[in-house]
Design a protein around this ligand. Structure first.
Ligand SMILES: Cc1cc2nc3c(=O)[nH]c(=O)nc-3n(C[C@H](O)[C@H](O)[C@H](O)COP(=O)(O)OP(=O)(O)OC[C@H]3O[C@@H](n4cnc5c(N)ncnc54)[C@H](O)[C@@H]3O)c2cc1C
Length: 323
């Protein structure tokens, strides 16, 4: 029995959500009095891999294979399932990120495991049961799911657990599983970034705007604020429907669901369909001129004011702070 955590890398680096998944997996391993092993796929340097020890991984399986340099859903799922078998892992944890959402069900099928995606708390193990709280109905409710299978796969929502340091000296081991050609039927040969913009699904800070901005010509200040913060930009559905902003910026029930550390909503009413995609953000800041806007009910910080006055002042203050 052991716990295995998949640590997703982007350009050879781990994001905070990975350290969070490792912290969560370590807490499960402690509950089960067993060890935590991490599996990394892609070209990650030794120093970065060692970082995983800080959050409790005692071993790291390092898969460094040119065929797996870029993310391939099927092949990564096979490698993780292979590692789980090798480690005799009965709990497999990964982040419920963009790629985690594709991997988790595939791994579960390969291991004939029960799956909880969107987990928000540690499993409750009382009375020999294994129950996990997860989000349901696009974040509008929670469900307690009981896993009765021998092997369990848990995809943890980013920002649900936080990082917890647990200093361990991680031993790094090379792992070279066989990669089947059938798993490489569709591969990514090259990644060409469309722009230098920060990718929205992976962003830790997001500046988002809605119909309150009146028209696409007013997005300059949103982009400037985002750039000063190092944030990605997002928008509400009517904004992308009207072609004010590209469709890939649309967040919500019918758009991308995100969980950044900071979500700044400017001129967005906070309709339930919008909240469905952003309500699990760690800190929500709302700027709206209507004090009755529903978004204020879920905001950590709210500014009642005209975006065309508030945003330029924020930009000015940030520039002064940076300068
Ligand atoms: C099936 C279905 C799925 C949907 N999916 C999504 C989805 O995925 N994502 C999504 O976003 N929506 C979705 N919608 C639409 C959703 O119901 C709302 O209509 C939409 O979110 C509203 O967008 P908005 O807040 O930008 O615009 P509005 O509702 O028009 O709100 C604009 C806000 O800006 C404020 N404002 C105006 N001027 C200013 C100013 N100068 N300064 C500051 N504030 C100002 C107003 O007070 C208002 O609160 C869906 C709807 C349906 C029926």
């Amino acid at each position: 029995m052991s716990v295995l955590v998949y640590v997703e890398q982007v350009d050879g680096k781990f994001k905070k959500s990975v350290f969070e998944a490792v912290s969560y997996a370590k807490a499960i391993a402690d509950k089960q009095s067993t060890n935590l092993t991490a599996i990394s796929i892609g070209n990650v340097g030794e120093n970065e891999l060692k970082e995983l020890g800080k959050y409790g991984a005692s071993r790291v399986l390092n898969v460094s294979n040119d065929q797996l340099k870029n993310f391939v859903n099927q092949a990564y799922a096979s490698v993780i399932a292979e590692a789980a078998k090798k480690e005799n892992a009965d709990v497999i944890v990964l982040s419920n990120s963009f790629s985690g959402k594709g991997l988790a069900p595939r791994i579960a099928v390969k291991l004939e495991a029960g799956l909880v995606d969107g987990a928000v708390e540690l499993p409750q193990l009382d009375g020999g049961k294994f129950q996990v709280k997860k989000t349901a109905f696009s974040g509008k409710a929670f469900a307690i799911t009981e896993l009765t299978s021998a092997i369990k796969v848990i995809a943890l929502n980013p920002n649900a657990f936080g990082t917890k340091e647990n200093a361990t000296d991680a031993a790094i081991e090379a792992f070279s599983p066989e990669v089947k050609s059938t798993d490489l039927a569709a591969i990514v040969k090259e990644v060409i970034r469309a722009t230098n913009k920060i990718s929205l699904p992976d962003a830790e800070l997001v500046v988002s705007a809605g119909r309150g901005l009146k028209g696409p010509e007013n997005w300059g200040m949103i982009e400037e604020l985002a750039s000063l913060l190092g944030a990605a930009t997002a928008c509400s559905k009517p904004v992308s429907d009207a072609d004010w902003r590209p469709h890939e910026e649309h967040v919500g029930q019918t758009g991308i669901a995100i969980s950044p550390n900071l979500y700044i909503a400017i001129g967005i009413s906070g309709a339930i369909q919008h909240l469905a995609g952003v309500s699990s953000s760690k800190v929500i800041v709302v700027i709206n001129k209507d004090p009755e806007a529903p978004f204020f009910k879920v905001a950590d910080y709210g500014i009642v004011g005209d975006a065309f006055e508030v945003v330029p002042k924020l930009i000015e203050a940030l520039k002064a702070h940076k300068g």
